[in-house]
Design a protein around this ligand. Structure first.
Ligand code: HEC
Ligand code: HEC
Ligand code: HEC
Ligand code: HEC
Ligand code: HEC
Length: 447
């Protein structure tokens, strides 16, 4: 952010805090006047005010300071301004040069569904798709505190006959914009806004409004996979229970609020594929090496033991790679003695850096999309087919075996690494993005 933007941001905030004081006094005035019949308050709480203007996150954060800090560090809190999203949308590289990779290379003009989830406020106002350029021009505040906390209901629309979802956001989401902030508490009282307990806020369907996307393919299937695993009892938690964890000390949730038990306080980090700690919670790995005559066999089991959906997640650029190295006692690499299936595809990296694993012994867990002519990876917008789907479903274990020519004398030393990447390395290289590998496991074995 440049310094000008920052000062630009400060002004509305000062204005809002001043407004806030007026409102607090006004609110107290109402309390003193005190006599509002309950019957007139009830319908107002559920009505949607089309003239209501969403407040800035900073205004809410004046009292909800921890929430604001958490949310500003999240990716969801940055959209639509995060650079990876913008550059993939605009089909430009990190230096801003058109590179033919991304949405605008496929459809140079006009509206699309991108704005629906990345700038839901203005798309819901319009009631139809907008281009991102137009959504920004209309002053979208992205996915804001006020957007989420004035949602009244979310309906998941699925047609069992066709097996397809209708994921158009204006069909799924009902809003109740206005002074009532909805959330999980039944006894919250705020001097700044009214509050209302909202059952939808504690359900995964709340997140399904955006974490499920039916295009030609189901390009984001996070909710779909979660729902099937949850109904079978394989996954026991909601999205919120894993992604908005409780804990820490008992404390207030707002300045001026009472101290609440930590079990009522939900962190707003929304950690996912960009967070090493979160990614490491998803998997467990078992690896063993043994000899069968002249052959060294390495067996690896990777289990999705901690994600409530596939591992890696739905976004079609994410990938997990298993990298297997075997050397003799002098450190000389052992010859690979297995099939081509035991070798990593070019999507693991093509080049000469030590992180380019294409052609190396190993396995990839991912679901890359391909265009009609077979180009991969691509986004859901011009996906023709799934190249392969080797993601690991909740509770499932992927078994992989690798074969090498055993050393004539002495031990073989084996190294097995499980690495997470939020995007395929060849794409990251072409775009000029910065990406660190998240090493989930690095095991050493001898046989
Ligand atoms: C149905 C809602 C929805 C639509 C429509 C949608 N997105 Fe997204 N997008 C998401 C969600 C949710 C995530 C992050 C979650 C995930 O990784 O599964 C995301 C993540 C991304 C990311 C990765 C960002 C990162 O930092 O890793 C890119 C790039 C992206 N979207 C581009 C697009 C483009 C371009 C379009 C339009 C062609 C689009 N999205 C349409 C919901 C949507
Ligand atoms: C003047 C301070 C103040 C401001 C500004 C403020 N809040 Fe609150 N908010 C509170 C207090 C106090 C509570 C109640 C705390 C409690 O009972 O523990 C609260 C409660 C809430 C709740 C819980 C409702 C429930 O029933 O679960 C939500 C959600 C909420 N605020 C959202 C927001 C949003 C969104 C904004 C910005 C549009 C905002 N707040 C601005 C002070 C504030
Ligand atoms: C993507 C939607 C979303 C956004 C954005 C969001 N929240 Fe929340 N918030 C929730 C959900 C969902 C819960 C309830 C979680 C649960 O109980 O399982 C919640 C809970 C709360 C609560 C009740 C207390 C608690 O800790 O559970 C407050 C207060 C609150 N949010 C304030 C904020 C503020 C302030 C912001 C912006 C800085 C914000 N929220 C941004 C979805 C959101
Ligand atoms: C209005 C649409 C919308 C709603 C509602 C929504 N999300 Fe998101 N979410 C997104 C988008 C878009 C992104 C990607 C942001 C980016 O990277 O630009 C995202 C990103 C995320 C990420 C981070 C992914 C990563 O790899 O860093 C997590 C985790 C997440 N959301 C969880 C949730 C949960 C849990 C809920 C429900 C409480 C929820 N979201 C509700 C649209 C939404
Ligand atoms: C049992 C805990 C658990 C539940 C339940 C869960 N998640 Fe996750 N989620 C994880 C873990 C662990 C990761 C990191 C590993 C990964 O990316 O698969 C993750 C990653 C993600 C990501 C980032 C991956 C990507 O593709 O960008 C998103 C987005 C996300 N979850 C959204 C959701 C939504 C939406 C739901 C509910 C429908 C949900 N999660 C339910 C544990 C959970």
């Amino acid at each position: 952010m440049n310094p000008n933007e920052k000062t630009h941001k400060m002004k509305p905030m000062v204005r809002h805090v001043a407004g806030l004081l007026v409102l607090v006094c006004f609110g107290a005035g109402l309390l003193v006047a005190g006599l509002r019949p309950a019957s007139s308050a009830a319908p107002a709480a559920d009505a949607d005010d089309p003239h209501y203007e969403y407040m800035d996150n900073e205004t809410c954060g004046a009292c909800h300071q921890e929430k604001l800090r958490d949310y500003q560090s999240s990716f969801m809190g940055q959209t639509p301004h995060d650079q990876v999203f913008r550059q993939f949308y605009a089909a430009v590289n990190a230096r801003g040069k058109p590179d033919g990779i991304g949405f605008r290379a496929f459809k140079p003009k006009g509206a699309s569904d991108c704005a629906s989830c990345h700038t839901p406020d203005v798309v819901l106002d319009a009631g139809h798709e907008l281009s991102l350029e137009e959504a920004i021009k209309r002053g979208s505040k992205g996915i804001s505190c006020d957007y989420c906390h004035t949602i009244k209901d979310v309906k998941v629309i699925f047609d069992p006959k066709t097996g397809r979802y209708d994921t158009r956001i204006w069909k799924m989401v009902t809003r109740a914009r206005g002074e009532v902030k909805r959330g999980p508490l039944k006894d919250a009282k705020s001097p700044f806004h009214k509050t209302k307990f909202s059952p939808i806020h504690v359900k995964s369907e709340f997140c399904a409004a955006c974490h499920n996307n039916q295009e030609h393919l189901l390009s984001l299937d996070t909710y779909h996979v979660w729902k099937q695993a949850f109904d079978k009892g394989v996954v026991k938690q909601t999205c919120q229970q894993c992604h908005m964890p409780t804990g820490g000390k008992d404390r207030p949730i707002a300045i001026g609020g009472p101290v609440r038990p930590a079990s009522q306080i939900h962190r707003h980090f929304f950690h996912g594929g960009h967070n090493a700690e979160m990614v490491k919670k998803a998997a467990t790995m078992k690896a063993e090496a043994s000899r069968r005559g002249e052959t060294l066999v390495v067996n690896v089991d990777v289990t999705n033991s901690g994600a409530g959906h596939t591992f890696p997640g739905a976004a079609t650029l994410r990938n997990v790679i298993l990298v297997v190295d075997a050397v003799d006692e002098d450190g000389k690499p052992l010859a690979h003695a297995g099939s081509r299936k035991e070798v990593l595809p070019p999507l693991a990296g093509v080049g000469h850096s030590p992180r380019d694993f294409g052609g190396h012994v190993g396995a990839m867990f991912a679901r890359p999309f391909a265009t009609k002519s077979g180009k991969a990876p691509t986004g859901g917008f011009n996906a023709d087919h799934v190249l392969f789907d080797t993601r690991i479903y909740p509770g499932q274990t992927a078994h992989r075996s690798f074969h090498f020519k055993a050393p004539a004398s002495g031990h073989a030393r084996v190294r097995v690494r499980l690495i997470y990447r939020w995007a395929f390395k060849p794409l990251v290289d072409k775009k000029g993005w910065k990406m660190d590998d998240i090493v989930i496991f690095d095991r050493k074995l001898t046989a």
